[in-house]
Design a protein around this ligand. Structure first.
Ligand SMILES: Cc1ncc(C[n+]2csc(CCOP(=O)(O)OP(=O)(O)O)c2C)c(N)n1
Ligand SMILES: [Mg+2]
Length: 581
C-alpha cells in the first residue's frame, strides 16, 4: 500500500486560511511534528481522516483500535513527540480504552480521538453510543469534548495536558457533525450551511484549510528550575552517605538526563540501577551500571538497594514497581513531580528537571568516590549468575535468545518487548546503550504491545533496525498486525518466545500448587502463519539455528520497496524462567 497523504499534499504553513474543526486539529498535530495517525476507520471520523490526509499526516490502519493506541504510544516513546490514535464511536472507542490506559500508566503523551454520534442524537440515541466522558475518565489524564466553539483552546489544552508531567493520554470526543464546522462557530452544522459558517463554501475546500493562528504550547518535559521541599540542607544525607545508590526512572528518560547521570555516577562513584522503561537512559555497558529493577535476577538488585545507606531516586516512578517497596533504606526524592505517591518516605524533595537537579548535585559534590568500579562489576557478575540460573544446557534458553539477538543486531537497534516471562528476561539481559531504544510497557503491562510497538517504531524511526521480542501468548493477540507490516514494506523482525504457555501465569499456578489451568496453548505453525500474511517465517530450536536466522538482520532491516518482515518461531526451553520466581 502506498503511504497515504504525505506525497500528494503540498506543505502548508501553520498560518493558512480558515478551515474546519477537522482541519484545525490536523493542523495542530502537524505543527507539533506528528506525521502518523494510527487509526481504525468508522463513519464518525471520516472527515477528520480526510483532513489529516490532506495535511500530510500518514494514516496507518491498525487491525484493531487497541493496537492503534499501542502504536501511538510506541511512536511517542520512540520519538519523544505526542502519539495520536483515532477510533470511531462505541465499539471503536471501547476497544481503544486499553491503549489509553496503557499510555496513561506508562506516562506517555498520547492524544486519543474518538468520533461520536451527531450532537442532535447524542442525548437520547442508544445504538453504538457509550458515554465517553465517563468511560475514559479513570483511564485518561483528561477526557474532553472537542466542540467547534472552543476547538482552538481545547486542542491546546489536550496537547499541553498530555505532555505535562507526568504525561499520559488525553481523550477527545468529537461528534460526527462537528468536524466540518469552522472552529469558533457557536453550533454544529456543516461549514457550507448555517449562519455560523464563516469558512469555505464546500467541505472539500474547508478540509484543506487550517486555522490562521496555530500556537502550539511548549511540549518539553519540564522546566530547568529546581524546587526544594523540606527543612534544612537537602544534600546533608547524601554527604553523610557512604554507600549511596542511584535508582533512575522514566522521568530521567523524559528529561534526557543520561549525561547528568553519567557525570554524577563517575564523579561520586555511584552504582546506577534503572527502571525497565528507563532502559538506555544510563548506558548498560558503563562500569557503574548496576542492573534493571524488578526484571530477571531481581533479588540481587533489591539486595543492592537494601544494603545501600541512601537511594537517590532520580525520576523513579513507582508505577514501575512489580514487587512491593520493601527496603528501609533512606531515600532522597529527585523528580519532576513531588513525592505524592509516598511509596517511600523522603524528608527532602528536589523537584524540577531531573537533569538540572543532577547537575546541581554533581556541582556540590566534593567527597571521595563511594564505590569502586570493581565492586559494581562483582555485583553485575552476581546479577548475571542469577538470571542465568536454571539454564538447560544444550537447549535454547530464554537468555540465549536475548543475548544472541543482541549480538546479531547493530548497537542502534530499537527493541520492543511484550509482557510475560520473556519480558522479565529481556528487560535484564538485553544490553541497552541509548535512551528510547527499548520500548516496553511496565505501567499497565498489557500483553499485545510488542508487535504494534515494533511497527510504529519502524514507521517513525525508519533509519533504525527494529526487533520485537514477544511471547507466544502476546503474539497470538496481535499476530495479524504483521499483515500491516508487510503491506507497508516494513522490515521488522519478530522473535516469538514459543513455550506453548502463558508462562508467567502458569508458573504462578505452579508456585501455588495448582495444575496449569487455561495457561497451556496448542502450538501454531508460526512460519506458515507469517508466510500467509506476506512475511517470511522461520522456526528455530537451537542457538545455532537462531544465530543463522538472524545472520542478515542488519541488511534485512534496511527499508526498501518489497521489504518483508520476518517472524522467528523460537522454540525455547522455559526452565530458566522457574528460577526467577
Ligand atoms: C492483556 C493482558 N491480559 C492478561 C495479562 C496477564 N498476563 C501477564 S503475563 C501473561 C502470560 C503471557 O504469556 P506469553 O505472551 O506467552 O509470554 P510468556 O510469559 O510465556 O513469556 C499474562 C496472561 C496481561 N498482562 N495483559
Ligand atoms: Mg508463552
Amino acid at each position: 500500500m502506498a503511504p497515504q497523504g504525505s506525497a500528494a499534499v503540498p506543505a502548508q504553513s501553520a498560518t493558512a486560511a480558515h478551515g474546519t474543526t477537522a482541519a484545525l486539529l490536523a493542523g495542530y498535530l502537524h505543527a507539533v511534528g506528528v506525521r502518523h495517525l494510527f487509526c481504525y476507520p468508522g463513519e464518525s471520523v471520516i472527515d477528520f481522516m480526510e483532513a489529516s490526509r490532506r495535511r500530510g499526516i500518514e494514516l496507518v490502519p491498525a487491525v484493531r483500535e487497541g493496537t492503534a493506541a499501542f502504536m501511538a504510544q510506541a511512536a511517542a516513546m520512540a520519538t519523544g513527540l505526542p502519539g495520536v490514535c483515532l477510533s470511531t464511536l462505541g465499539p471503536g472507542s471501547t476497544a481503544l480504552l486499553n491503549g489509553v490506559a496503557s499510555a496513561t500508566l506508562d506516562r506517555v503523551p498520547v492524544l486519543a480521538v474518538s468520533g461520536q454520534i451527531e450532537s442532535s442524537r447524542e442525548q437520547f440515541f442508544t445504538h453504538q453510543v457509550v458515554d465517553h466522558g465517563r468511560m475514559f475518565a479513570p483511564a485518561a489524564k483528561l477526557a474532553l469534548r472537542l466542540e467547534p466553539a472552543s476547538a482552538d483552546t481545547v486542542i491546546r489544552k489536550a496537547l499541553r495536558t498530555a505532555v505535562a508531567e507526568r504525561p499520559g493520554a488525553v481523550h477527545l470526543t468529537v461528534t460526527a457533525d462537528a468536524w466540518l464546522v469552522p472552529p469558533g462557530a457557536a453550533s454544529a452544522g456543516p461549514a457550507s450551511a448555517g449562519p455560523a459558517s464563516a469558512g469555505p463554501a464546500s467541505a472539500d475546500a474547508a478540509l484543506s484549510g487550517v486555522s490562521d493562528a496555530i500556537i502550539p504550547p511548549p511540549l518539553t518535559a519540564a522546566a530547568g528550575s529546581v524546587d526544594v521541599h523540606g527543612d534544612g540542607d537537602p544534600l546533608r544525607v547524601l554527604r553523610a552517605a557512604r554507600r549511596p545508590v542511584i535508582l533512575a526512572g522514566i522521568a530521567a528518560l523524559r528529561c534526557a538526563a543520561g549525561p547528568e547521570l553519567v557525570s554524577l555516577a563517575e564523579r561520586a562513584g555511584l552504582p546506577v540501577v534503572v527502571s525497565p522503561m528507563a532502559k538506555g537512559t544510563f548506558p548498560e555497558d558503563h562500569p557503574y551500571f548496576a542492573g534493571v529493577l524488578d526484571m530477571a535476577g531481581h533479588r540481587v538488585v533489591w539486595d543492592l538497594l537494601a544494603g545501600a545507606d541512601l537511594i537517590l531516586a532520580a525520576g523513579f516512578d513507582p508505577v514501575e514497581l512489580i514487587s512491593p517497596w520493601s527496603v528501609t533504606t533512606p531515600v532522597l526524592h529527585l523528580d519532576t513531580t513531588p513525592n505524592t505517591d509516598q511509596v517511600y518516605a523522603s524528608a527532602h524533595e528536589l523537584v524540577g528537571h531531573v537533569g538540572a537537579i543532577l547537575r546541581w548535585i554533581t556541582a556540590q559534590w566534593s567527597g571521595q568516590p563511594r564505590w569502586a568500579e570493581a565492586e559494581v562489576a562483582s555485583h553485575r557478575a552476581r546479577l548475571r549468575a542469577a538470571w542465568q540460573a536454571g539454564r538447560a544446557e544444550g537447549k535454547l534458553n530464554p537468555s540465549d535468545v536475548v543475548e544472541i539477538a543482541r549480538q546479531a543486531t547493530p548497537p542502534d537497534t530499537i527493541v520492543t518487548t511484550d509482557v510475560g516471562s520473556h519480558k522479565i528476561m529481556a528487560g535484564q539481559a538485553w544490553q541497552a546503550r541509548e535512551p528510547r531504544s527499548v520500548l516496553m510497557t511496565n505501567g499497565l503491562s498489557a500483553m499485545g504491545f510488542g508487535v504494534p510497538a515494533a511497527i510504529a517504531a519502524k514507521l517513525t524511526r525508519p533509519d533504525r533496525p527494529v526487533l520485537a521480542l514477544v511471547g507466544d501468548g502476546g503474539f497470538a493477540m496481535t499476530a495479524t498486525e504483521m499483515r500491516i507490516a508487510a503491506t507497508l514494506d516494513l522490515p521488522v523482525t519478530v522473535v516469538v518466545f514459543t513455550d506453548n504457555s502463558l508462562n508467567r501465569i502458569e508458573l504462578r499456578q505452579q508456585l501455588m500448587g495448582y495444575p496449569p489451568t487455561a495457561t497451556r496453548m496448542g502450538g501454531t505453525d508460526l512460519a506458515a502463519l507469517a508466510e500467509a500474511m506476506g512475511c517470511d517465517g522461520i522456526r528455530v530450536d537451537t542457538p545455532a539455528a537462531l544465530e543463522k536466522a538472524l545472520a542478515d538482520f542488519g541488511p534485512r532491516s534496511q527499508p526498501s520497496a518489497g521489504s518483508r518482515p520476518l517472524v522467528i518461531e523460537a522454540r525455547i526451553a522455559p526452565a530458566q524462567y522457574e528460577a526467577q520466581f
